[in-house]
Design a protein around this ligand. Structure first.
Ligand code: FAD
Length: 404
């Protein structure tokens, strides 16, 4: 038999491969990844204190043979032949599948016409992280384009390692997408206190480089000279092989609530897919989130085996910058009111409610533990579609647990 084939050996693909075994599947499992490494964790690549040069493996190499999973690295899938139930490898090999999982992830958005690699970088892989890290030291000036999570995490990492950092964001503030203004501004202030030069509300006119430096000219004519530039302006889902095979695409590979694509033999999970978010009545979203990739890998594996599991997790994301953690549970779209809960001078939670008083989302910023614990409880409230009393949410002496 041809068995289960998984394209993409990242968080979602690896989890799915092992979940197939955990769920009792005994046929062949093949995991194909185009990177030359063992599957590795991406979050540490942009976080200070982690060793970017050493790959942090998702699982130890020995676990693949132990679980009888055939893992092939450096193996790019070029096409899907749906009629034949097979995939075509870039090196011309063909592999048949009984069920196929696409876990191809996402790739950084580029600015066309730039020469990437030496002084101009994007960040998704361990090689790119190592290249960026080389300029993170005293006497070097790193320019970051984009005030999203990756840009901000790199700014914090750059400062920790002694580099000067300038961050340019076209929007009026950092983290416009998905993080409430109050928390974004608090975080921005912290970056400025740490010495990051943040410029918001400015587009880029030109980017030029010579042998030793890179120059960014802003729309208002200001010139910024740096030793390296990181472009952190978002990511696009890797949908090429799915699109060529005629699968439905809509900001990602379209899946239903079982993570099945428009072809019942093909599933998708992780950053590459757009799925209906059950807790919001099936409104579509595509997340770029570590835990989402794992959870979707688990559910996709079950459904590849003919089970009927609905993916209904609440979206959740975290980011670490300096000693602060930022966490967001749920999606705030459609919220009409916000309730704040002060945990301490440095830690705050925000709850976002819809017109009926239902809790849609919660976000928190602060040093470690308290934020994480309360966001976890908020996530449970969101999952239960709770309508908590706003006065209770605002009162830090009321335990969130008591509202469950
Ligand atoms: P990926 O991890 O991207 O894996 C997909 C794999 O498929 C890749 O190896 C790709 O090369 C391969 N592939 C693609 N096409 C093919 C093909 N045709 N043939 C073979 N292989 C293919 N999330 C958080 O929640 N918190 C964080 O703090 C956080 N920090 C992050 C920091 C960085 C620098 C980055 C890049 C991401 C971060 N994320 C974070 C996001 C998180 O890492 C992703 O959501 C997660 O990796 C998604 O897993 P995935 O398996 O869907 O995709």
């Amino acid at each position: 038999t041809s068995g289960m084939v998984i394209v993409g050996a990242g968080e979602a693909g690896v989890r799915a491969a092992f979940a197939l075994r955990e769920q009792g599947y005994q046929g062949p499992v093949t995991l194909l990844g185009d990177e030359p490494h063992l599957p590795y964790e991406r979050p540490p690549l942009s976080k200070a204190g982690e060793e970017a040069e050493t790959v942090r493996a998702i699982v130890a190499e020995a676990r693949f043979p132990e679980a009888e999973i055939v893992f092939r690295r450096g193996c790019k899938v070029a096409a899907i032949d749906r009629a034949e139930h097979s995939i075509v490898l870039e090196d011309d090999g063909v592999l048949r599948y009984e069920r196929l999982l696409l876990a191809t992830g996402a790739a950084p958005r580029h600015i066309l016409g730039l020469r990437y690699g030496e002084r101009i970088h994007t960040l998704r892989t361990v090689e790119q992280a190592a290249a960026i890290r080389r300029v993170m030291r005293d006497g070097q000036h790193l320019i970051i384009l984009g005030g999203g999570f990756i840009g901000l995490e790199l700014a914090a990492m750059g400062r920790r390692l002694g580099a000067a950092v300038t961050l340019v964001e076209m929007q009026p503030r950092v983290l416009m997408r998905g993080v409430p203004e109050r928390l974004a501004l608090a975080l921005q202030a912290r970056h400025e206190a740490e010495g990051v030069n943040i410029i918001c509300g400015q587009g880029v006119a030109t980017i030029t480089e010579d042998q030793t430096s890179v120059t960014v000219t802003l729309a208002d004519g200001r010139r910024i000279d740096g030793d390296a530039l990181v472009i952190g302006i978002g990511a696009e889902p890797n949908t090429a092989i799915a699109a060529e095979a005629g699968l439905a695409i809509e900001n990602g590979i379209v899946v239903d609530d079982h993570l099945t694509t428009s072809d019942p033999g093909i599933f998708a999970a992780g950053d590459c897919c757009s799925y209906p978010v059950a807790v919001y009545g099936g409104r579509r979203a595509r997340l770029e989130s570590w835990r989402n990739a794992q959870e979707q890998g688990n559910v996709a594996a079950a459904n590849m085996l003919g089970k009927v599991e609905v993916f209904d997790s609440v979206p959740w994301f975290w980011s670490d910058q300096y000693d602060l953690t930022l966490q967001v549970a749920g999606l705030a779209d459609g919220s009409v009111s916000t309730v704040a809960r002060h945990l301490s001078n440095e830690a705050e939670l925000l709850f976002h409610l819809d017109a009926d008083g239902r809790l849609l989302s919660a976000s928190g910023l602060g040093p470690g533990g308290a934020v994480a614990r309360d966001i976890r409880l908020a996530e449970m409230l969101i999952a239960r579609r709770a309508h908590p009393d706003p006065a209770m949410l605002a009162d830090p002496s009321v335990k969130l647990k008591s509202l469950l």
